[in-house]
Design a protein around this ligand. Structure first.
Ligand code: HEM
Length: 484
């Protein structure tokens, strides 16, 4: 069923404003349940859309603790308690088995573990080894390439008639893929030598992300791995294809590095192959290089594409903020490497979009020993959930939480936001390693888009957020584009 737009400002492609709208736009969100779901409903909702399982209390209380299908679960919304989980007592909180089962779906025995799912000493070693790939200098060096790829996509839209409809979710998926493939493995797929094309690689990646993103009831119930899962078969086929393709890219690059070292591209794939642990000097095995190339592709693509999709959806509904962001983009310095630090309105719009629609809406850990969080006892073995979806919409932490109000993140107001009340990239030792890469990329794409085109919604249907590891819209988001 199509819903209507609950917006204060009527759209006109050229409308501008100097002050934030008096009645800010409130995007669609599921109505919180009045009481906790029963067992069967919980299983059904977890498979359909886990954000629908939250009750009103989850948006109002600092901590909720009790038995559930996944054992004892503690949902934490108290910033000081979250700090304890992620920082002060982080050694006591490991990634939980359900999350690892979902993320590893379809993985072959013996395949290397990427950083996202590694644990213990292996995680520590990999994190130390990969940290130099994401230093500020290294990330800034990718800015011109990011701008070039974003600009190319916008120019394709500008060749269409004014008011043409584009599906912004698909377009942002494409631009995020173009940027990731250029920064990760340059144009290794361009000449067909790999035996597959960009189109096949992107298609299989999307298929894989779609199939691993579903929570299977058997995983929730902790059923043994040999029992057939609904989406596991599809995940395994895509993962086989994808892992084979990544291994092929690694082999080709290794051959190039020894045959023609001078012409080897200086991208993240080369950096992975030459990286070594600063403590032991040991490099990554070939299986670990492939696993991390796979991880960067999976963890870095959908997340950034979703952040950009929701931001542009919100800007299309709120022309006033669209104009303010555009004015800033038009006046941006020439060097895109400076944009992440010099465009406060664009940063605020993006941060507010990631508050309402956090690309990673759910994080969980398992308590190794008993602990206490905000006065609540946490038994050993309990699953501790920190859900940015809840935290970012919590009634005690945010004023008018369901409204799109980027002014919260403008300099002067941003400093008042508690560090542990806003966690789009997580926190602590396992904080997103690609956070500054992602922020730079998203800001460059937004600025490049806004400099060139205006947007308006193509219809009144409000997309609904659906949790599939990342938070995606349930349907296409068509927008009309007009050259500026
Ligand atoms: C808007 C974009 C992004 C968002 C919102 C995001 C969010 C997150 C979050 C919340 C975590 C922590 C998960 C947890 O603690 O359980 C994480 C971890 C991670 N992210 Fe991102 N991410 C984004 C982009 C990227 C990019 C571009 C890359 C790589 C190119 C990347 C690579 C990773 C990796 C490897 C981890 C695991 C880190 C570890 O466990 O040590 N992410 N991300």
């Amino acid at each position: 069923m199509k819903s209507t737009i609950e917006s204060g400002a009527a759209f006109s492609p050229t409308s501008a404003c100097n002050a934030p709208p008096a009645k800010p736009f409130k995007p669609w969100a599921p109505r919180p349940r009045t009481s906790p779901a029963g067992t069967l409903t919980q299983l059904w909702l977890l498979a359909r859309n886990p954000i629908e399982t939250w009750s009103r209390a989850h948006y109002e209380k600092p901590v909720l603790s009790g038995p559930s299908l996944m054992g004892h679960v503690v949902v934490v919304n108290d910033p000081a308690a979250i700090r304890r989980v992620f920082i002060e007592n982080s050694a006591n909180y490991e990634k939980d088995p359900l999350q690892l089962r979902v993320l590893r779906a379809g993985s072959k025995a013996g395949a290397g573990d990427g950083l996202l799912v590694a644990s213990g000493e292996s995680w520590k070693r990999t994190r130390r080894t990969l940290a130099p790939l994401f230093t500020p200098r290294r990330v800034a060096s990718f800015a011109p390439l990011m701008q070039m790829k974003a600009q190319a996509r916008v120019e394709a839209w500008m060749r269409r008639r004014p008011g043409a409809i584009i599906e912004i979710d698909r377009e942002m998926g494409r631009v995020a893929y173009d940027i990731l493939s250029a920064t990760l493995f340059s144009d290794a797929l361009a000449d067909g030598r790999a035996g597959f094309t960009h189109i096949e690689f992107e298609r299989e990646m999307m298929r894989l992300l779609d199939s691993i993103g579903r929570i299977d009831p058997l995983d929730v119930l902790g059923a043994p791995d040999w029992m057939p899962r609904l989406h596991r078969r599809a995940a395994r086929d895509s993962r086989d294809w994808f892992e084979g393709a990544v291994a092929q890219l690694v082999a080709m690059r290794k051959a190039q590095m020894s045959a023609e070292p001078v012409r080897t591209p200086d991208d993240l794939l080369t950096a992975l192959l030459v990286a070594s642990d600063p403590e032991t000097g040991t490099g990554l095995s070939e299986a670990d290089v492939a696993a991390n190339l796979f991880t960067f592709t999976a963890a870095g693509h959908e997340t950034t594409a979703r952040a950009l999709t929701w931001t542009l959806h919100l800007l299309a509904r709120e022309p006033c903020w669209q104009e303010r962001a555009r004015a800033e983009a038009v006046a941006a310095p020439d060097d895109p490497a400076q944009w992440a630090d010099t465009l406060p309105v664009i940063r605020a719009v993006l941060e507010e979009a990631m508050r309402l629609f956090p690309p990673v809406p759910h994080m969980s850990r398992m308590a190794l020993q008993a602990d206490e969080l905000a006065g609540t006892h946490v038994p050993a073995g309990a699953v501790v959930v920190v859900a940015p979806w809840l935290l970012h919409r919590h009634k005690k932490l945010w004023d008018n939480p369901s409204a799109f109000m980027p002014q919260r993140f403008l300099p002067g107001a941003r400093e008042n936001i508690e560090r542990f009340a806003y966690l789009p990239f997580g926190a602590g030792p396992r904080v997103c390693i690609g956070a500054s890469f992602a922020m730079q990329e998203a800001m460059i794409v937004l600025a490049s888009v806004l400099r060139n085109v205006r947007f308006s919604p193509a219809h009144a249907h409000e997309p609904r957020p659906l949790l599939r590891i990342t938070l995606r819209p349930d349907d296409r988001i068509p927008l009309r584009v007009y050259p500026v």
